[in-house]
Ligand binder design. Structure first.
Ligand SMILES: C[S@@+](CC[C@H](N)C(=O)[O-])C[C@H]1O[C@@H](n2cnc3c(N)ncnc32)[C@H](O)[C@@H]1O
Length: 338
């Protein structure tokens, strides 16, 4: 048996209790192999409903490894999942190599459906973006939102495909607003809403974060001297009972820079001000090189400086399908109660 096969079998074995729990709660989207922590850096294997998504980030996977991996997963789960292999090791290379083993069947590339916490999500093996349509390490956070949204107004910032908004709606939120500047991502959010037709309607706001959050927080939107701002949608000031802030690691727009390493405060301050006096803010930082202790201290200090000290702060960890040998998972989540 190759060392990869051994590592994969060990990973699947370690997940048995978690998989039983997930299947019980109506979830068929999870990570089966988290290479960086389980013996093959740069390789991930995820189940998204009927699909098996294999991604390589450092070097392409050999054909025999791919075939064997598919067989081992099939044998363990007792399912023949539709494999899609996306090699991301050569800048932007989701392109298949010529060997037919790397070509997914047409059925694997169709619009599929995955389930999480009893909700349906759109699954696509290939689409215009690089990342899958649902970030699996955020599952526990989505579950928390579902369990804590009843009767509350919820603002989902950097909403991507609106998984958090969907959970809020399913959890009985009185109002859900999803905000993102990418119409393509919000369009998938709308598809996700359509896949769950019994849920109450959500709002989708296509806007850059900075002008939107400043308006909601009742702060002025001002241009740098001599510069004209591009058009942005006008929003009334509005504080939400529950705000979810999960920005990308880095992104630049005409309105500002998202930089989780150097400047989390610029994102956090207006988000705190858009949270109701006795509300809750859930914030995330997915940069591995930022330590939880340092970031937590920064977040709490920022809230205090704004005159909005948190009366409680809890950390939420990804589930056991994202193991972390050093106890420092890249995705850090804090729940601040004001
Ligand atoms: C890593 S995803 C966030 C994941 C998301 N919170 C979830 O629940 O899956 C980053 C998102 O931020 C959006 N984004 C990046 N910069 C932005 C900006 N300045 N304003 C609004 N959205 C932005 C991207 O379009 C993308 O959908």
């Amino acid at each position: 048996m190759s060392s990869l096969d051994q590592a994969l079998r060990a990973a699947l074995d370690a997940r048995r209790p978690l998989l039983a729990e997930l299947h019980e709660q109506g979830t068929d989207c999870y990570r089966l192999f988290h290479g960086s922590q389980e013996g093959a850096p740069g390789l991930t294997v995820d189940r998204y409903g009927p699909q098996l998504l294999v991604q390589s980030f450092h070097q392409p996977l050999e054909r025999d490894d791919l075939l064997s991996l598919h067989a081992i997963v099939g044998e363990t789960l007792g399912l023949d999942l539709l494999p899609v292999y996306n090699d991301r090791s050569r800048g932007n290379s989701r392109i298949d190599r010529s060997d037919p083993v790397y070509q997914p069947e047409a059925a694997a590339l169709e619009d599929l459906v995955g389930h999480e916490w009893g909700l349906k999500y759109r699954v696509r093996g290939r689409h215009p973006g690089q990342d899958p349509l649902l970030f699996l390490d955020l599952r526990n956070a989505r579950g928390w939102i579902k369990a804590h949204s009843a009767g509350r107004s919820v603002l989902n910032l950097f909403a991507y495909t609106c998984g958090v908004g969907l959970c809020a709606a399913a959890g009985g939120a009185s109002e859900v607003v999803n905000l993102d500047f990418a119409e393509g991502n919000l369009a998938v959010g709308r598809e996700n809403a359509a896949l769950n037709p019994r849920l109450p309607a959500m709002r989708f706001v296509q806007s850059d974060y900075f002008p939107a959050i400043r308006q909601l927080a009742g702060l002025p939107v001002s241009a740098r001297r001599g510069q004209k701002l591009p058009h942005y949608p006008r929003l009334e000031p509005h504080r939400f009972d529950l705000v979810f802030l999960d920005p990308p690691a880095w992104a630049k727009s005409a309105f500002g820079t998202v930089d989780l390493l150097r400047d989390y405060q610029s994102l956090l301050k207006p988000a705190i001000l858009a949270t109701a006096e006795d509300g809750t803010l859930v914030c995330c930082n997915n940069l591995a090189k930022v330590a939880m202790a340092d970031w937590r201290a920064q977040v709490l200090r920022c809230a205090e400086k704004l005159g909005r000290p948190a009366r409680d702060c809890q950390a939420l960890e990804p589930a056991a399908d994202f193991p972390s040998r050093d106890g420092q998972p890249p995705l850090k989540t804090l729940i601040l109660q004001f």
